[in-house]
Every structure is written in C-alpha cells, then in structure tokens.
Write a protein that binds this ligand. Structure first.
Ligand code: ADP
Ligand code: GN1
Ligand code: MG
Length: 367
C-alpha cells in the first residue's frame, strides 16, 4: 500500500525513465524512507524518497529550507576544494517540475527525494576502527564546512532538541502521569535515570556561561547517518539533515560515542554485550579532531568524554519517556522495543562511567 503510494508520489519529482520498484529502505526511526528504482534508457538509476514525519517535524517548509540552504553551502565548499564527484559527497535534492524541493501526497504528508548515493552504505553497528575514524572525520568535516555558513539563520526544527534538562523534566512528567501504567514495571530504569540527574546540566551550564560556543551542528550523528564507501570505508556523505541547526559540537561527538563505540545493536537484549570499546572511542576522537581541523576549543576537547555520557543518557531517557508515553515518537518493531533501547543506552552509560579514567587519559594526550 505505502509502496504504491511511493510510486504515485515519485511522479511528482523530475525523474525520467520507467518506474521499476519502490521498497522501504534503511533503519531510520523517524521518516519513511524508500529506495526507488528506475530504468533510464537501459541504465538502472536509484533514488531515495522520504515521507517526512509530520508528527515530529511540525514545520516542514522551514525544515526543507534549512536543507536546501545547508546542502547549497556544502556543495559550494566541495566545489571550492575541487572535489570532482560532488553529488556523491553532498545530498542532492530532486526538484519538482515547479522547482520545488518537496511534494504533497493525497493525505497532505510532505515528501522529498534525493539522488541515491551508490557504492556506499550506512552501518548500524560499528565493525572496525577505520570505520569509526572515517565516520567521525566526515561528521567533523561537515561541521567545519558549516562554520562559515552565511545563509539565512537556520530554523530550530525541533525546539530544545538536546536540552537535556528539559528532556529530564519531560521524563519526570511522564513518570508522574504514567498514562500507560508502565512505570511500576520499569522501576530499575527510572531509578537509574533519576540517580543521574546531575549529568543533565553538564554541557548546558558551560554553554550558559559562554564557555562553549554555539555552532551549526548536525545533532543526529548516529553511525547510520553517514555513508561509508563500500571499498575504502571512507566517510563520503553525511545524511539525515533534518536536525541541522544551531547546537554544540559536543552533541555531535557525544552521539558518535553513543553509536560508534558499542559493538552491540541499539536494541540488543543481552546487555553484557553493551560496552564501550576504548579503541573505537580513540578512533572517533582522532577522526573528529581531524575532520574539524583545529577548530575545536580546548574546553570542547576536555568534555569529549562527558559528551558521550550525556548524549547516551539523553537518548536513554528519551526512549524511556517514549515507552512510558505509549511509543508515539520512535518507530518500534516489537512491544517494549523502546524499553530495550533504553536499557542498552543505560548499560552504555555505566560502561562509560567505568572506563572514564582511561578515556580521559587518552583525551589528555590529544593535541
Ligand atoms: P531517518 O530520518 O528516518 O533516520 P535517514 O535520512 O537517515 O532517515 O535515511 C534512512 C537511511 O536511508 C539511512 O540510514 C541510509 O542508509 C539511507 N539513505 C538516506 N539517504 C540516502 C542517499 N541519498 N543515498 C543512499 N542511501 C541513503
Ligand atoms: C532518531 O532519525 P534517526 O533514526 O537517524 C532520532 C535521534 C535519536 C536516534 C536514536 C529527529 O534518529 O535523535 O538519537 O533516533 N532523530 C530524531 O537512535 O529525533
Ligand atoms: Mg537517520
């Protein structure tokens, strides 16, 4: 049904040739993503088409404006550097015949379409240190490239997205309201969350004091939001630009720690597998420093470990909140999926705490 809808919507974009198929694609938790296949005069060409999640992104016109402005800037930077295959390195939106970058379906949902970047893939689980290094380097370079962004100020597509104190307050409210009567069954997770309240202010305080600068950041740097080259594992293109907006560079680093240091899946049931792999942490720190090319301040470097703990904790409380509220935010594939995800995040926070000294020792050697 949705696949048929995707075929219908694909007609609204400037795509030539004969339609072959549209299949759900990827493992994103938010939008509905399809891979479209067309036959263009004997050549098979793929596209990525997405229905933007209107429950989460309330102002899709602003969101698309951000993406148009950000990709334009990134394309200019790549061209300045003499990059040859720019459409492999920066997401390219496909327009409609009217020159729009999105189209509506019959229900009023907003869709967009990108050129499919071939010969690459995104990974859900980290396998090698080289992948960790490359992914982090690509996210770092993304941020560095946006430092001289001079287009219109980017809209905040989800207000207070990484305001962890606010996220914590939302959790407290969800516990109190307990609309699905689930709180009693997740006492351990609630206790873990409440006992870590001291974490929530760690970066906000530094930002409020003006010690850590606001930058344009990606804000959703999970490992599967970057494409790695199939042959070399080079991080070739940063994806999922819905939350690119003003933020802290440490939000981006922290979410990489969350997703690229742990060898287990985000929804792994065997929590003994959820551990921080120190060499992976080292690889992402080196990759991020290389990608940001000397632009991180010493205070940002000093807080790399804290950011990993904070962002992992934040994601854990977001999953727990969604579980308590009846799974209305993140897509789920099984009952208690959000609870399982919350548990892995909290297990990783614990592991980060256990390895803190060693990780800090490594960070102190970075120059
Ligand atoms: P969500 O917001 O739901 O996470 P994403 O934009 O991250 O959606 O896309 C989901 C997945 O689709 C990505 O993890 C990636 O594997 C794949 N993908 C997205 N855009 C492209 C593209 N232009 N080329 C190839 N694969 C893509
Ligand atoms: C969502 O869209 P996706 O799957 O890349 C979420 C992130 C979470 C992540 C947890 C807009 O990312 O913030 O960290 O799930 N994106 C949004 O896996 O909320
Ligand atoms: Mg994604």
């Amino acid at each position: 049904m949705t696949t048929a809808l995707a075929q219908l919507v694909s007609k609204k974009f400037n795509i030539s040739g004969d339609f072959i198929s549209a299949e759900p694609y990827g493992n994103g938790h938010i939008n509905d993503t399809f891979a479209l296949v067309f036959n263009q005069g004997g050549t098979i060409v793929r596209y990525i088409m997405q229905r933007i999640n209107g429950n989460i992104f309330k102002n899709q016109a602003e969101l698309m404006e951000n993406i148009v402005n950000v990709t334009k800037h990134l394309r200019e930077k790549a061209e300045e550097r003499g990059v040859k295959d720019v459409s492999k390195r920066v997401l390219t939106l496909v327009q409609t015949p009217n020159g729009e970058y999105s189209a509506y379906d019959q229900d009023g949902s907003v869709w967009r379409c990108y050129i499919f970047i071939e010969a690459s893939r995104s990974c859900d689980i980290i396998e090698t240190q080289n992948q960790a290094f490359e992914a982090a380097k690509a996210f770092g370079a993304f941020q560095r490239d946006l430092m001289d962004y001079n287009g219109p100020r980017l809209f905040e597509t989800i207000p207070m997205f990484h305001h962890t104190r606010n996220r914590f307050a939302t959790l407290q409210k969800a516990i109190q309201e307990d609309i699905k009567n689930r709180a009693a069954s997740v006492k351990n997770e609630i206790n873990f969350a409440l006992s870590h309240e001291n974490l929530v202010n760690s970066l906000l305080t530094l930002q409020e004091k003006g010690v850590i600068p606001e930058r344009i950041t990606h804000n959703d740097t999970k490992l599967n939001n970057v494409l790695l080259d199939n042959k070399t594992d080079e991080g070739i293109c940063v994806l999922d630009l819905d939350t690119v907006m003003p933020g802290l560079s440490l939000y981006d680093f922290g979410d990489m720690v969350r997703t690229a240091t742990n060898p287990a899946a985000e929804d792994e049931l065997d929590l003994s597998k959820v551990v921080v792999q120190v060499p992976m942490f080292e690889a992402i720190a080196k990759g991020y420093l290389e990608g940001t090319a000397g632009t991180l301040l010493p205070v940002e470097r000093d807080n790399l470990v804290t950011s990993g703990k904070l962002l992992t904790f934040e994601c854990g409380i977001r999953f727990l909140t969604d579980y308590l509220q009846g799974d209305t935010y993140f897509k789920i594939k099984r009952e208690a999926h959000n609870l399982d995800r919350c548990r892995t995040q909290f297990a990783l926070v614990k592991s980060l705490e256990e390895h803190e000294e060693r990780l800090m020792g490594f960070v102190s050697t970075l120059t």
